[in-house]
Design a protein around this ligand. Structure first.
Ligand code: NOJ
Length: 619
């Protein structure tokens, strides 16, 4: 065990917030509808299932839920391929069911955010079907990104872009005369044609869709591929490959572009794990000089074009129509935008645009305290530039669940799914680290996102048979990528019931490992030290001490691999956080009481490896 040195050189990097809008501090729980709870026994989760389990979310203590898409869709990309934005897919229920869910959530004090998928529709969408039936150059085609091919016979795609989900971003269609004709752009699956966001009809339609859902009472939107709507004029060739998970769903790519897969941002000089031992013990990142007008770290003609911001300014005006005059902003948008550097991402959160953007820089950070210090410092500083809250997220429906990522031989690596023949995560170590990461994340000022099942400590399913896989990238890469199904396995509610209580018939659209009985909610509820109880305690204490609106000060005095900070309110009252990402136990400071720990603490004192504690000064 190393000895704690008294804290010196406190370094405030973020002041307590004076603002009180709910979305500045909210903990928002992502429901992946097909995997949360099934009411009708068909093996797919549905909206009545979500409504029936709302009390779990109340008990957990979250502020809001974000629903991944439930719209009418052929489900070729888990509902991110929408046929009708104003209808619910029969798989999930009806509009009445959605209304009931929104009302029931509100009655419990939970806000509701729905997913909006503006970059592309489904190829089954009436607009796209009309475009296929219409000739080249028609107004119908102009709603999408149709182009003539290259080469004498137009047989080559219009440019060299690859789809984020693998293989070409272009598909050639058959014209009405039965001959091969134009090509259409799809940054994702070929069943997801990109809309032409330069077209006023597209803009008007999506604003109308926003109003449709706002009138039904939703509190905001998660905006899918928010950085992708506008492409660079002329659609120039670009040599990079964008990966959603192994690299990034956006801005990173090109042969010479650094990957963010190792958690480093461009220009980040944080030490690597192997350098850790050589650094002074009290290294605290200086507040970075950030420039909101800095160019993109990895310019890419598919993403993060200036004109996207006009779209969000217009949407913001639509949201603001629904706030009673004189009231604070109550409807919110969060951008799914894989954009670097942090200051560039902050542009999506300017006062007249969205309120939040997902912090994927935090999500991709590897198990390295120095890298976490860097990304936390930069995130808070970048958001402060625009007066927006920072957000924090470790898991979602697109990435390997974070306990499994942290249990990999390279902790924090981001494979796009894990096969049974791949190096396997160490489940116990991963859970230990996953809980430690969650606990330091939930102390951070700003808003935090939880992905359904993480409160149970669920790992990734790493031995799904190929014949049950549904994620399109598995097919588009010819199986080179296992894909995202492993993080979408139906939740486990009751250990003794068929399908672990997910569905009344026990049918589940993806198989649940039998060993997951130990993760079932009913095995954890009320059990001291369980992951579920840790999450509940963390959310209760976070609210009690106002951590979401707090200031943050880095503290020193511990080895570099220990995160040491305090989150304080305007009166200076603080919660101190110690997260030991190193391999050795460290001493806890004298005079502090332990509020909460992510793992058991030895009787003799000390903070073991891979453990986080929240402390309060006892005197
Ligand atoms: C991001 C979503 O999170 C992902 O699931 C989807 O495949 C792509 N956007 C395309 O809509």
């Amino acid at each position: 065990m190393t000895t704690a040195i008294p804290a010196v050189a406190p370094d405030v990097i973020h002041a307590p917030s004076q603002q009180t809008q709910w979305w500045r501090t909210a903990v928002i729980y992502q429901v992946y509808p097909r995997s949360f709870a099934d009411s009708d026994g068909d093996g797919y989760g549905d909206i009545p299932g979500i409504t029936s389990r709302l009390d779990h979310l109340v008990d957990l203590g979250v502020d809001a839920l974000w629903l991944s898409p439930f719209y009418r869709s052929p489900q070729r990309d888990g509902g991110y391929d929408v046929t009708d934005y104003r209808a619910i897919d029969p798989l999930f229920g009806s509009l009445d069911d959605a209304d009931t869910l929104i009302t029931a959530a509100h009655a419990r004090g939970l806000r509701v955010i729905v997913d909006l998928v503006p970059n592309h529709t489904s190829s089954d969408h009436a607009w796209f079907q009309a475009a296929l039936a219409a000739p080249a150059g028609s107004p119908e085609r102009d709603l999408y990104m149709f182009r003539d091919g290259r080469g004498d016979d137009g047989g080559q795609p219009p440019n060299n872009w690859d789809s984020v989900l693998g293989s070409s971003a272009w598909t050639r269609i058959m014209e009405a005369d039965g001959k091969p004709g134009q090509w259409y752009l799809h940054l994702f699956d070929e069943s997801q044609p990109d809309l032409n966001w330069k077209h006023p009809q597209v803009r008007a339609e999506m604003e109308d869709i926003l109003r449709f859902w706002l009138r039904r009472g939703v509190d905001g939107f998660r905006v899918d591929v928010a950085h992708g709507l506008i492409k660079q004029d002329g659609l120039p060739d670009w040599g990079g490959r964008v990966e959603m998970v192994g690299g990034a769903d956006g801005n990173v790519g090109g042969d010479d572009a650094p990957s963010v897969a190792d958690g480093r941002q461009d220009g980040d000089d944080a030490p690597s794990g192997s350098e850790i031992g050589n650094l002074p013990s009290d290294t605290i990142p200086a507040l970075p000089v950030l420039d909101i007008d800095a160019p993109a770290a990895h310019p890419n003609p598919m993403f993060d074009q200036e004109e996207v911001h006009d779209i969000y300014r217009a949407w913001r005006r639509v949201l603001d129509e629904f706030d009673p005059p004189g009231e604070q902003v109550t409807r919110a948008m969060v951008a799914e935008a894989w954009v670097e550097p942090e200051s560039r991402l902050a542009r999506y959160q300017r006062a007249d645009e969205m309120q939040q953007a997902f912090n994927f820089g935090f999500l991709v950070t590897t198990w390295d305290a120095a890298a976490y210090r860097q990304v936390i410092t930069e995130s808070l500083a970048a958001c402060d530039l625009v007066g927006a809250p920072a957000t924090w997220v470790l898991s979602n429906h697109d990435v390997v669940r974070h306990p499994s990522r942290f249990g990999l031989p390279t902790p924090g690596a981001r494979p796009n799914g894990i096969y049974a023949h791949d190096p396997q995560p160490d489940e116990a170590l991963g859970l230990r680290r996953g809980r430690a990461a969650t606990l330091f994340m939930l102390a951070l000022p700003g808003s935090a996102y939880l992905y359904n099942g993480e409160e149970l400590g669920l790992p990734e399913h790493t031995f799904l048979p190929d014949d049950v896989r549904q994620a399109p990238e598995f097919f588009r890469t010819g199986g080179a990528e296992a894909g995202r199904d492993g993080c979408r396995v139906p939740l486990v509610w009751e250990a003794e019931r068929p399908g672990f209580g997910f569905s009344p018939t026990g049918v589940t659209w993806l198989p649940q490992p039998a060993a997951w009985a130990c993760y079932a909610a009913d095995r954890q509820r009320g059990v001291e030290g369980s992951t579920l109880e840790m999450y509940k305690s963390a959310l209760r204490l976070r609210r009690q001490y106002g951590l979401g609106g707090g200031g943050l000060r880095w503290l020193s005095g511990y080895p570099i691999q220990v995160l040491h900070f305090e989150v304080f309110d305007a009166s200076g009252t603080a919660v101190t956080v110690l997260a030991n990402l190193g391999g050795e136990s460290v001493a806890l400071p004298d005079g502090y009481d332990v509020l909460l720990a992510s793992g058991s603490l030895p009787d003799g004192g000390g903070l073991p490896a891979d453990t986080t504690v929240w402390l309060r000064c006892g005197h």
